[in-house]
Structure formats: structure tokens, C-alpha cells
Design a binder for this molecule. Structure first.
Ligand code: 13P
Length: 252
């Protein structure tokens, strides 16, 4: 099955109004000549309005990096999925390894966030991936399976019909150490097979991104793998030319 590539930027806690303006303009203008690839930027909450203002009507979508699992309530400092919709978000990242590691987010909580996002009409990007210690201990598949199964158990496999999964090996994030295309493909195949054990059609349509030190010079090789449907880009998403070059590598 031929799946369109998606290249999504995760800005993490970077940027500022002035800096973002130039970056958003450049990405929007650059993407105007790339109709064959889907593109999105996931910005910090305060800049959603700016992303909406800059990107509305373009072929670049935008989103957030986290969401609360409840619709509303007394949760000081939190942001709901409906609020993200108010600012035109299409996507929201859930379960990024930084949230799991620094804020103790469990796979169950991540699954709840995923469901809240979907209920509000957002496309969740579910991040999964192992640490170096886990990889070296030979438990990569067990870890990824636990992260994926928590969602399937809570929401059913149907939840993956309008969703994105991002395989992000923790040891490759921000380290300059990319998984080889073969290493990434191996885990992507594992994810697709695991979903296929529940529903083959959903599995073959599922968009599975790779994230972890994707750069302009390694994107094409990664994207050429049959089960890699694009990338979730951290550092390289902050440099317009680099990010656009990665998008270009995703063109069919
Ligand atoms: P880097 O591309 O900076 O390694 O970050 C990847 C990532 O965590 C995207 O969510």
C-alpha cells in the first residue's frame, strides 16, 4: 500500500515570537511547492495562535506537543483537546519519551490522552520507543508492545484508524545517533504486524513515523524503507532549510 509521507516538526520548548515568524513563513512558503507530502509543526502552547495565523489556508498543518486527558476541570496549568481545536490544531503529540521520562506519564495515561485528542477531532501522534538500556537488554519489542497495547486495550484497535504512531528510540533523540534505516524498519514492521494481528486493514493504512536525529542527509534513506511513512523531527525542525529538505525527501 502506498502511504503519503508525513513530516511533522516537534519544536519542543524552543522558539519565540520573532524567531517563529520567520520559520513559519519559510515553511509555509516552501511547502507550497510540495503538494505530495503532508507537513505539520507541533509548537509550544503559547504559539498556537501564531501558527494558526501564519499557516491557515496553507498546506502546513499545526498541532501541540501534549494535551490533558480530561475535557475540562480544575487542572491548573493544563490544556484540553477542545482548546487545541479552538486554535485550529490538527495534531497533538502524546506520550513523547520526554513526557514519559520527566513527568512520569504511564502508557495508560498516554492512552487516555490519545482518546481525549481523538474525541475532540484531533489526530494524535502516539510516541513509542525504547531506551538504550532496553535495546541492549533485548527488550525493544516488549517495550514498544506495552506502549502500543495500552492504547489498544483501552480504546480498541479502531482508535488507530485516524492516528499516527511515531517510533522514537530514546537513544536516538537529540543525540545525533540515528537508528539505521534497517533498525528503524525492523521496529516499524513489528508495530505494523502487531496492529495487523487485530485488524489488517487498519495496520496497512497506519502512518508510522520515525523520530530520532532525522536530518536532511539521512531522511531519504529512512523514508525509502517500506514501513517508514515519514518523520517526527526535533532539532532539524527549527531550521527552515533543513526541515524543508527533509520534507522534500518525503515526496513520492
Ligand atoms: P531530534 O530530531 O532532535 O533527535 O528529536 C526527535 C524527537 O524527539 C521528535 O519528537
Amino acid at each position: 500500500m502506498m502511504r503519503r509521507k508525513l513530516v511533522a516538526g516537534n519544536w519542543k520548548m524552543h522558539g519565540g515570537l520573532t524567531q517563529n515568524a520567520g520559520l513559519l513563513d519559510a515553511v509555509r512558503d516552501g511547502m507550497a511547492s510540495m503538494p505530495d507530502v503532508d507537513c505539520a509543526v507541533c509548537v509550544p502552547f503559547p504559539y498556537l495562535a501564531q501558527a494558526q495565523q501564519k499557516l491557515s489556508g496553507s498546506n502546513v498543518k499545526w498541532g501541540a506537543q501534549d494535551v490533558h486527558q480530561s475535557d475540562k476541570g480544575a487542572f491548573t496549568g493544563e490544556v484540553s483537546a477542545a482548546m487545541l481545536r479552538d486554535f485550529g490544531c490538527s495534531y497533538v503529540i502524546v506520550g513523547h519519551s520526554e513526557r514519559r521520562a520527566y513527568y512520569g506519564e504511564s502508557s495508560h495515561l498516554v492512552a487516555e490522552k490519545f482518546m481525549a485528542a481523538q474525541k475532540a477531532g484531533l489526530t494524535p501522534i502516539l510516541c513509542v520507543g525504547e531506551t538504550l538500556e532496553q535495546r541492549e537488554g533485548g527488550v525493544t519489542e516488549a517495550i514498544v508492545a506495552e506502549q502500543l497495547d495500552a492504547l489498544i486495550q483501552l480504546a480498541g484497535v479502531q482508535a488507530l484508524r485516524n492516528a499516527v504512531v511515531a517510533y522514537e528510540p530514546v537513544w536516538a533523540i537529540g543525540t545525533g545517533k540515528t537508528a539505521t534505516s534497517a533498525q528503524a524498519q525492523e521496529v516499524h514492521t513489528f508495530i505494523r504486524r502487531r496492529v495487523a494481528s487485530h485488524d489488517g486493514q487498519i495496520a496497512s493504512g497506519l502512518c508510522i513515523l520515525y523520530g530520532g536525529s532525522v536530518k536532511a542527509n539521512n531522511a531519504a534513506e529512512l523514508f525509502a524503507m517500506p514501513d517508514i511513512d515519514g518523520g517526527l523531527i526535533g532539532g532539524a525542525a527549527l531550521v527552515a532549510d533543513e526541515f524543508l529538505a527533509i520534507c522534500r525527501a518525503g515526496q513520492i
